[in-house]
Every structure is written in C-alpha cells, then in structure tokens.
Design a protein around this ligand. Structure first.
Ligand code: EPZ
Length: 439
C-alpha cells in the first residue's frame, strides 16, 4: 500500500501545467470502438483509470502495445493509438467494468458496432449509488433489446434506429449516460434527438472527437444534441481538453497554503463557477487565455454552495472546496445535488482538526485558524485530493494512506506539488493486515 508523507505549512508558489482530462479520455477511448481506421488520442493522462480502459480494450482484442505506448511515452504528452480493427469482441472482461464505472461507456459503442454487447453492471462506490437506468432506457429507445441477467447487461440490436431520447434523471443529466447513448446514435439509421444531455466540457470533447471521425452531431455544449446517423466512421487524431478538475485542485492547493499558484494549458471558461467560488472565499484571481493564477493575503472567507451539474460548481471539486472552507473565518454550508452522500472526506478532515456537522442535506463547516497534521485514510478519488490539500495547509506532518484512489485520476500529483514547493513524498508501507499478521 502507498501513502503520502506531507510536512505542511509551506506556501505553494509557482506554475504547473494541467494534464489531459481523464473524464474526456475514458469515453473517447470507449468511442474508438466505433472507428474503422486507427485513432490517435494525445495528451492522454497516465492515470490508472486510463490503464484500466486500455486493458478493457485489450480484452476486446487490442494489442498489448497500446498500453506500453501510453506508459512509456515521453514526459511530454503521452499519446495512445487504437486500431479499432483489432477490437473484434463484444464482451469486455468483467473485472475491468467492475473495477471502474466509466468502463460501462463501452456498452453503446459495442452495441452500435457489433449489434450486440454483454457488459456487467458497474459497481457502486463511496460517493453513492451509481444506477444506469438512464443509460439502458436511452439505448432501448434506439431500438435495442436490453436484458439484465445475473448482473450482466445483454444488449442486442440488428440495427439501431434514430429516436427522441430524454436523459434527465432525479439528480440532473447523466454524463456517461449521454456518452453511451450518443455513441450508439452516431451509427443508427436516421436522426436522434437527445434531450437533457449532459453539457460537461468532457461531453463536448467527445462530440468533437466523434465528428472528427465523420459523425454528424449538432448542439455540442447544449442540452439538446441532434445526431444524424451515418453508415461508417473513419479514423482521427485528437488532443484531449485539459483536466478542469485537476486544475481546480491545484489552484485550491495554492489557496489552502496561502501561496500563489498558476495552472497553465487550461481553458478558464471551464472553471467559471469554481473561480467565482474562489473569489467569494477571498482569492485574488488573474485569468488569461490558457492559464489562471490564484493567491490570497488574509484568511479564507466562508462560503455556502451546492455542487451541481455543469456549469455549476462541479461535484468533483466539492471536497476540495470543503478543504478550503475548514480554514475559513466563519461558517460554511456545503451540499451536493449530484451525489448527496459524497461526504466520506468529512470524517477524515476532522482528524486534522476540522469542525463540521453532517446534516441530511449537507455539511456545516465551522472554520478554524489552523489544522494539525494527522494520519488519514483516503476513501475515493476526490476525497483523497481534499485530504492532500488539508495536509499541505496543516501544521506538522500528515500521512495520507491508500493512494490508489488518488492515482485513478491524478497524474504524478506529488511531482506537481513538489515543483510548487510542497514537502511531499510517496512511500510504500505494509498494509494493515500485513502489520497485524506480523504481530
Ligand atoms: C461522471 O460520472 C464522472 N465520471 C464523475 O467523475 C462525475 O462525478 C459525474 O459524472 C458527475 O459529474 C466520468 O465522467 C468517468 P452521472 P457518471 O451519470 O457519468 C444519477 C471523478 O471523480 N444517475 O452523471 O457516472 C447518478 O446517480 C468521477 O472523476 C441516474 O440516476 O455520473 C448521479 O446522482 C466521480 N441514473 C447523477 O445521475 C443513471 O442511469 C449524475 O450521475 C445515471 C446516473
């Protein structure tokens, strides 16, 4: 098992570039199944979720070299080339779908390409239940015969046909549900209208990729996507957009430590709600075309917000903003309309001295002047990031355990933080059961 040892209290200062967006990479790699010629995707983040998707594609027939290319590419942007002609199977290895919910994004492409697909239902996780009813209803609307047998989704369709599909659920649109139905629609016979589509930038990047393959999709960035089905898609070269969640996390690290941090190679427009929240918390913000700089002089101010679908404050930055609120000179109210239970980080933040009360519809945070170092345990990807931010701000030494959660979505985070002046190092430690067994 691996942990970070962090000696906090040092202001982070400097510039760092964002990696490519994990949540664009995953549906785009899944969508490569639809192509008929090789696709090359650059700015590929070397994170474990990407390797999981590459191994899933390998289980569909992709050669081993696909993974090594990503793992060994130079320190600059890594690129991955997928030859879809090798992807001959319609059933991915179950272990990869159960390990990562985003693997479910291969259902729509497999169904569109092969006329059938067998994909396990994805598991839930610490951020809450992760249903797929909207995915399945959307694919059924396109004419697919969908059955769930022993935890497996068995989908069949001789030829999908265009339809009007609504993807609005009780907590707003579904990001990966939009990806699944969109990918199925691009090869369907006739026209499809997707109402209530997710408008996250990662979906817009997927639309850009599909159109570069020869798809005919209008309405990118809006909640209504219009797709005219085509007979075949070609190949393409595509550069991923920047990871706005990583960028927001790195900027929050600058604010948590009262430093001055610039994140480069990003689109500031993808972070508007987050920058507005930073400003409300007392940050000084400089924005230019492809970078943002944040700093602060005095205490962080409290903030009341609810995480919402894009363009609202993203649920994937809710925990990181909470890590700032615990240092505020007042009381904050934080809720999450997308994943109402996404508060596993609250208890761990308390170990560092955070003062909070969890209620049915959110968390009340009473800001403190100073956090202290502690041993904390990560529970999910973004909660891990929040614990790192608090450890960087805390006085003394902290240990953040179970880094496999963090490694799912952050590329070389410790290197990036170290380059900004953080005292952070990654260590391997025996897992608790190894320690217990050794007694
Ligand atoms: C995507 O997950 C992201 N993952 C998540 O990021 C992100 O938190 C989430 O969107 C919300 O923005 C990827 O893109 C790989 P949803 P997704 O379907 O698509 C409900 C991270 O940290 N819902 O948009 O799985 C669902 O329960 C990850 O990088 C249904 O009710 O989320 C939730 O309340 C974590 N029925 C809401 O919709 C469905 O069929 C939004 O979920 C599908 C979803």
């Amino acid at each position: 098992m691996q942990q970070f040892t962090i000696i906090g209290g040092r202001p982070l200062v400097g510039s760092v570039a964002a990696s490519g967006a994990k949540n664009a990479a995953l549906p785009i790699l899944a969508a490569s199944i639809l192509a008929s010629e090789p696709v090359t995707v650059s700015r590929m983040p070397r994170v474990t979720d990407v390797y999981t998707m590459l191994r899933l594609l390998q289980s569909l027939g992709a050669p081993q070299s696909t993974i090594s290319a990503c793992a060994t590419a130079g320190l600059s942007d890594s690129a991955v080339t997928i030859d879809p002609r090798t992807l001959t199977r319609a059933a991915p290895a179950a272990r990869y779908v159960r390990r990562m919910r985003a693997s479910f994004c291969v259902l729509g492409p497999l169904l569109a390409r092969h006329g059938r697909a067998v994909v396990p239902l994805p598991g839930g996780c610490r951020i809450g239940p992760r249903p797929v009813d909207l995915h399945l209803r959307g694919l059924a609307a396109l004419g697919a015969d969908i059955r769930v047998v022993d935890g497996l989704v068995i989908a069949r369709a001789a030829r999908l046909r265009g339809a009007r599909v609504s993807l609005i659920g009780p907590h707003g649109p579904t990001v990966t549900g939009t990806a699944n139905v969109l990918c199925a629609a691009v090869l369907a016979r006739g026209a499809t209208i997707i109402e209530g589509a997710a408008i996250e930038p990662e979906i817009t990047d997927l639309v850009r990729f599909l159109n570069s393959l020869g798809a005919r999709i209008d309405g990118a960035g809006t909640a209504m996507l219009e797709i005219r089905g085509v007979e075949q898609l070609g190949g393409a070269r595509h550069e991923l957009i920047a990871d706005r969640i990583e960028a927001g996390t790195l900027l929050a690290a600058g604010l948590a430590t009262c430093g001055r941090v610039t994140v480069e190679r990003i689109d500031p427009n993808h972070l508007s709600a987050v920058l507005e929240a930073f400003a409300r918390m007392g940050a000084e913000i400089e924005v230019s075309v492809d970078r943002v700089t944040v700093s602060r002089r005095g205490r962080i101010h409290p903030i009341n917000f609810t995480a919402r679908p894009y363009p609202g404050v993203p649920t994937d930055l809710q925990a990181q903003l909470m890590a700032l609120a615990v240092l505020a000179d007042g009381t904050s109210q934080i809720a999450d309309s997308v994943f109402p239970e996404r508060f596993a980080h609250v208890q761990q933040l308390r170990r560092m001295g955070a003062q909070s009360t969890q209620r049915a519809n959110g968390v009340t945070i009473r800001g403190v002047q100073q956090l202290h170092g502690a041993r904390v345990v990560a529970s999910d990807l973004r909660a891990s990031a929040a614990l790192v931010l608090s450890a960087l701000a805390a006085r003394g030494t902290s240990h953040v355990e179970r880094l496999h959660h963090l490694d799912r979505g952050y590329e070389r985070l410790e290197d990036k933080l170290w380059s900004l002046g953080a005292n952070i190092r990654r260590e391997s430690i025996p897992s608790r059961d190894v320690l217990l067994a050794a007694r």
